[in-house]
Structures are given as structure tokens and as C-alpha cells.
Design a protein around this ligand. Structure first.
Ligand SMILES: NC(=O)c1ccc[n+]([C@@H]2O[C@H](COP(=O)([O-])OP(=O)(O)OC[C@H]3O[C@@H](n4cnc5c(N)ncnc54)[C@H](O)[C@@H]3O)[C@@H](O)[C@H]2O)c1
Ligand SMILES: O=C(O)CC[C@@H](O)C(=O)O
Length: 466
């Protein structure tokens, strides 16, 4: 029979974190098991404990809200926080060791950046848009991505209402004039919004909210979307973008950044709009072709525009929009009358940011602690009831793998010496995710289980929670 010292050595090897595979999250619990074992030379009654949350490192960029920092700190995670995004070389350095990263819209998590992330298990986009992340590269590396699908929708819709009125009344110009002392009391080409038609492109969370607010103010609402969507109130879906452009006095974009929505509004679309109509873009900077908009405004076709998002946005506050040579149109746009420019603040309210912090912070915590991927945008959605910590010697197996035949047979064979209490598996594209709670697991089994799962040819990432 092995002496306690021999067993201690075996456990230490199993635990050696420097040699341990990147997705294993376990340190002190097993050490405490070991201590008990060495004292008594018999198995402790409660051998396995959850991994130590103090080992989890989280990198938060772009001034993610305090509510998220509080959630992570309360878990005991190590949190590193930055107000702005980071240049790519610094990001690559920082991302190497962290288990989770929280970003907003500026940080580009490309395949090149992600390939340096040795321990990363999850990405939190503390916003709606996820176009800044290479979602496929993340999934193929076993990294789940979460966002906040609607916590800032109302804030964006309210900003757009403000912009519609501001454009209709040329309020921005009057304010700029009076800031330099010029009194310019005019009513020519200033309108009420009551009775005017708002055309919404993209009738999702934001478009639908906007529709309700606009109707409450007496506007007629039409919308265009690539899918059939139930209209709210008296709004009406039109079947083509041209239908919308030819009828609307105000056109507001609320679509995601996709190859199909790149330059969705460009010269031909501006030409199809009503004379003297207005353009609003608070979606993504790729959706409206700004040089074409400038030409349409100079020609008098478009009477005003409100732009909140840009193709190349500064990385932090204080940086100049004009200094990026890719924004060479910026000074020409600024010289035009009745143009409202805002620095991507559609979702920037206290209410939205704190709700997003709670929502995404909680999703990340659930994924790290329990493996639950419900709500992930790039990943199979898999969840089991929380691991029953009072149950003896139970381990949760999280196994992310290629979606190919034969995996379940192999994995269940590896687990077959244990009681599989519950199991759930699902796939999305090329990636599948299996979660199983197994009991009757001795601490010595854990290393062996881990190694066997890691050696399977389809493995993307393995985590064992206990
Ligand atoms: N300015 C900001 O601060 C801010 C804040 C939040 C969201 N956003 C952006 O707003 C956009 C919309 O957000 P949401 O929450 O309403 O999204 P959503 O997914 O709920 O709705 C988007 C809608 O656009 C439709 N759509 C997609 N492609 C289309 C196309 N080619 N033509 C017409 N319709 C199309 C979809 O079918 C969907 O109904 C996103 O890009 C998001 O990133 C910006
Ligand atoms: O807060 C941000 O940076 C992004 C806001 C918005 O564009 C979103 O996608 O939710």
C-alpha cells in the first residue's frame, strides 16, 4: 500500500499548475484534500470542493460599469480594470493569462489576438454589438462569448427621438450660433414631427422601441426588415428598402454590422429618398456611406443628419476623430449645416450601463463557476442545475469538442466508471459542448479523467469543476 508521502507526491504532480493544461481550474481545494488525507491517512468525508475563485483572472477594458466589477470582486476573482481599450500589442500581452475579458465596442478581439489567449474561457461584450469579436475563431478555440441583447435599447431609442426633433427644428445649428452670440430666430424649414413619417431600417429591439415612442409623438411609422416582424401599434412593415426610402421623412438605421449592411445607405439610396428628408445612424459606422451622405447634403437632397457611430472610432476619450486619416471626410461633414455628431453615446446612460454590468457580469460568472452557456452568441447553449456541493465526490465535466460523430461514445466510455448524474450536450456549427455531473469520483480519478478527455482527438477544451 502507498504511504501518505507517496500519495502526496502523486497528488502534487496532478496539481502542478505550471504543468497543468490551460483550461484546468483547480488549486487549493485539492491541496486541502491532500492535507486532510495526510493527517488521517484515510479519505476525508467531503473530498472534493469547488475550484478556488481566487485563481480566476478577469481583464476589464473600456470602462465597464462598476456593477460588473462588484459582481466579480464578490466572487473573489482577480480583476484588472482599464478605462479605455488597449493598443493591439498591449492587448496581446494582457490577454495571455486571463480567464475572462470584458470589453465594449472598441476592442477588436481578432483571431490574431485570440490565438495568444492561453487561458481564456469566456468573453463578455458589455454592449449589444458583437461585431468587434471574431465569434467563429472564439468558438473554435472553445471560448464562449456573451453580450447584453437589450439593456441599452431604450437609451438608444430615446436618443433618436431627441435627434429627430433636433433635426426637424435645426436646434443644433441655433445652439451653435448662440454659443457665439448670434441671434438667428428662424422658422423657415423648421417642422413639427407630428404627422411626419419615420422609416425604421431594422425592426429589432431598438427599432421596435423607437417605433412605439415615435407613434406616441404623432408620427407615422413604417419599417423595413429582412424578416417578417409583428408590428407594434399602427406601424407598418414595407417589403423593400426602396418602399421605405420613398415614403419616409426621417430614416433611422438599426441594423447590425454585417457584410449585407455595409453602405446600406449610399448614393443610390440617398437619391431614392424624399427631397429634404433626414438620416439618422446610431447602429454601426459601416452602415452609412458618409462621403455619399456629404454629397447628398451638399446637393440639398438631405436636409440634416445625426451620426452617432463611425467607421473608425477613436479608442479613448480625448482622442481626435479627425486625426485618423481614414476619417478624411470628417472636416467636410463638420462644415455642413444641421448635422448632429455624437461620440457613440446611444447606449451611454447610467441606467443602461449598470443593467449591462449586472447582466453580462452574471452571465460570465455563471459560465466560469457552473459552465452554463445559456445566452452565449457563438456557442451551443448548455446548462445543468447548479452543481450540488453537498453531494459527495461530484465533479462537473465541461467538454468542448468538434462536432463530429463518435464523441459521445468515447466520452461516456471515459466516464463509465462513475455514476453520470446528469448530462446535456448540444452543438452549433462545428462546435459542440457536453456537460455532465458525475459522482463517485476519487481525487486520483480527476487527473486521469482530465488527461483522457484531453487526449481525445476531437477535444477543443476541457474543464473539470469540483
Ligand atoms: N449607438 C449605440 O450606442 C448603440 C447601442 C446599442 C446598439 N447599437 C447597434 O444597433 C444595432 C441594432 O441593435 P438591436 O438591438 O435593435 O438589434 P436587433 O438584433 O434586435 O435588431 C436588428 C434588426 O435588424 C434586422 N436586419 C439585419 N440585417 C438587415 C438588413 N440587411 N436589412 C434590414 N434589416 C436587417 C434584423 O432582422 C433585426 O430585426 C446593432 O448594430 C447594435 O450594435 C448601437
Ligand atoms: O458601449 C459601447 O461601447 C457600445 C454601445 C452600442 O454600440 C452597443 O453595441 O451596445
Amino acid at each position: 500500500m502507498s504511504s501518505p508521502q507517496q500519495i502526496a507526491q502523486t497528488f502534487s504532480q496532478a496539481l502542478n499548475l505550471s504543468g497543468s493544461p490551460s483550461h484546468a481550474v483547480s488549486t487549493s481545494p485539492t491541496q486541502s484534500y491532500l492535507a486532510q488525507y495526510m493527517q488521517n491517512n484515510k479519505k476525508p468525508t467531503k473530498a472534493l470542493k469547488p475550484f478556488s475563485t481566487g485563481d480566476i483572472k478577469i481583464l476589464l477594458l473600456e470602462n465597464v460599469n462598476q456593477t460588473a466589477i462588484d459582481i466579480f470582486s464578490n466572487q473573489g476573482y482577480q480583476v484588472e480594470f482599464y478605462k479605455s481599450s488597449l493598443p493591439e500589442d498591449e492587448l496581446i500581452e494582457k490577454i495571455k493569462d486571463v480567464h475572462a475579458i470584458g470589453i465594449r465596442s472598441k476592442t477588436k478581439l481578432t483571431a490574431n489576438v485570440l490565438k495568444h489567449a492561453r487561458n481564456l474561457v469566456v468573453i463578455g461584450c458589455f454592449c449589444i454589438g458583437t461585431n468587434q469579436v471574431d465569434l467563429e475563431a472564439a468558438a473554435k478555440s472553445g471560448i464562449a462569448v456573451f453580450n447584453s441583447p437589450f439593456s441599452n435599447s431604450r437609451s438608444v431609442a430615446e436618443l433618436v427621438i431627441a435627434e429627430i426633433i433636433t433635426l426637424a427644428r435645426q436646434l443644433g445649428d441655433r445652439s451653435i450660433e448662440l454659443h457665439t452670440g448670434t441671434w438667428n430666430k428662424v422658422s423657415s424649414k423648421c417642422w413639427e414631427i407630428r404627422g411626419k413619417t419615420l422609416g425604421i431600417i431594422g425592426y429589432g429591439h431598438i427599432g421596435a422601441q423607437l417605433s412605439v415612442l415615435a407613434e406616441a409623438m404623432g408620427m407615422n411609422v413604417i419599417y423595413y426588415d429582412i424578416i417578417m416582424i409583428m408590428s407594434l401599434g399602427n406601424s407598418k412593415q414595407v417589403s423593400t428598402l426602396d418602399d421605405l426610402l420613398s415614403q419616409a421623412d426621417f430614416v433611422s438605421c438599426h441594423v447590425p454590422a454585417t457584410p449585407e449592411t455595409k453602405n446600406l445607405l449610399s448614393a443610390p439610396q440617398f437619391a431614392a429618398m424624399k427631397d429634404g428628408s433626414y438620416v439618422i445612424n446610431a447602429s454601426r459606422g459601416t452602415v452609412v456611406d458618409i462621403p455619399a451622405l456629404i454629397q447628398a447634403m451638399k446637393a440639398g437632397k438631405i436636409a440634416g443628419a445625426a451620426i452617432d457611430v463611425y467607421p473608425h472610432e477613436p479608442a479613448k476619450n480625448g482622442e481626435n476623430l479627425f486625426s485618423n486619416e481614414l476619417n478624411s471626410w470628417a472636416s467636410e461633414l463638420c462644415s455642413l449645416r444641421n448635422v448632429i455628431l455624437s461620440p457613440h453615446i446611444g447606449g451611454s446612460t447610467e441606467e443602461a450601463q449598470s443593467a449591462i454590468g449586472v447582466e453580462v457580469g452574471s452571465a460570465l460568472t455563471k459560465y466560469i463557476n457552473e459552465g452554463s452557456s445559456t445566452g452565449a452568441v457563438n456557442f451551443p447553449e448548455v446548462a445543468l442545475r447548479a452543481l450540488d456541493l453537498d453531494q459527495q465526490n461530484t465533479v462537473r465535466v465541461l467538454y468542448i469538442h468538434q462536432n463530429v460523430p463518435g464523441v459521445l461514445k468515447t466520452v461516456n466510455n471515459i466516464l463509465s466508471n462513475h455514476n453520470i448524474e446528469k448530462q446535456f450536450t448540444d452543438s452549433r456549427g462545428d462546435v459542440a459542448y457536453l456537460m455532465a455531473d458525475i459522482s463517485d469520483v476519487d481525487i486520483i480519478d480527476i487527473k486521469s479523467l482530465y488527461e483522457q478527455l484531453e487526449q481525445t482527438p476531437y477535444k477543443i477544451a476541457t474543464r473539470l469543476l469540483y
